[in-house]
Design a protein around this ligand. Structure first.
Ligand SMILES: [Zn+2]
Length: 276
């Protein structure tokens, strides 16, 4: 069944604030914050520490370092690799000579299966002071809201991938305006790159992976039914920026707490938060 194309006609709901380009006057302001998202989302206040030190110093008191170290020592889901991807031979799990992490090593051809993070790209689309969200029609997080985003594919740039994913999931043609956030999630080997974007045409329609696409006023964003921690962080950072009058570029590391499931999207800390 074809789903109706949404023709936009939105009312304003919060302070008028057009996006500005990232501040470029005095160079970088290095800011680190660690935020635990157990509080009410709309009342988030970043504990911001202005600092001019190295990244390792900024995380010296990070309680989540233990969760990161798990990924470091095991180098991802290395024990799930049972067979060689090149020759099909059985894999052993050892630390190769000259290295520090356990890897899957082929017992026949000797090749090492290195695992690297995947990049997820997406768009934060502003229109008429609202944000476009998609309700997921697939697992994981079926029925929960997200920004249009997905895995970057070989042969495309991050911006191209974000535009493609937006077309596939929201049926929307968009123009990328600027990068908004890079959020690393070391424990699951993902990096999110989210762009600010605008609609080329005032139309959108849910694709096969979405059951619904809607524009939300900032104050109406469904924080209680968001799909992923990364989206939760992105939207909170955006709201903070809009309300402070300056939309910035953010880098941060999302460290999920050990023992928490993927559905518990608030069980993390945002570490090494830099904003420009
Ligand atoms: Zn092999």
């Amino acid at each position: 069944m074809l789903k109706a194309i949404q023709i936009l006609g939105c009312s304003s709901g919060f302070i008028s604030q057009r996006l500005k380009k990232p501040h470029s006057g005095n160079g970088f302001s290095l800011i680190s914050s660690k935020t635990s998202y157990n509080s009410t989302p709309k009342s988030l206040s970043f504990r911001v520490i202005r600092m001019f030190s190295t990244p390792s110093q900024s995380n010296s008191d990070a309680p989540s370092s233990s969760s990161s170290s798990v990924a470091v020592h095991l180098a991802g889901n290395v024990r799930k690799i049972k067979f060689c991807q090149w020759c099909g031979g059985p894999a052993k799990h050892e630390i190769p000579d000259g290295e520090e992490k356990i890897r899957a090593i082929c017992t026949l051809c000797g090749k090492i299966a290195y695992q690297n993070p995947k990049m997820v790209v997406g768009c934060l689309i502003e229109h008429d002071r609202k944000i476009l969200l998609c309700k997921r029609n697939i697992e994981p997080s079926l029925g929960l809201w997200t920004l249009p985003a997905g895995y970057l594919e070989i042969g495309e740039s991050a911006a191209e991938g974000a535009i493609r994913e937006t077309w596939e999931e929201a049926g929307a043609e968009v123009e990328v305006i600027s990068p908004f956030a890079q959020l690393d999630i070391p424990l699951i080997g993902q990096t999110y790159v989210i762009f600010l974007a605008k609609l080329k045409k005032p139309q959108f329609s849910p694709g096969p992976e979405s059951s619904e696409c809607c524009l939300f006023e900032v104050d109406d964003i469904p924080f209680d039914s968001l799909a992923f921690s990364s989206i939760f962080v992105t939207l909170n950072l955006y709201i903070e920026d809009v309300k402070s009058g300056k939309v910035k570029f953010h880098y941060g590391t999302i460290n999920k707490r050990l023992g928490t499931g993927p559905s518990d999207i608030r069980a993390f800390t945002l570490d090494y938060h830099l904003q420009v």
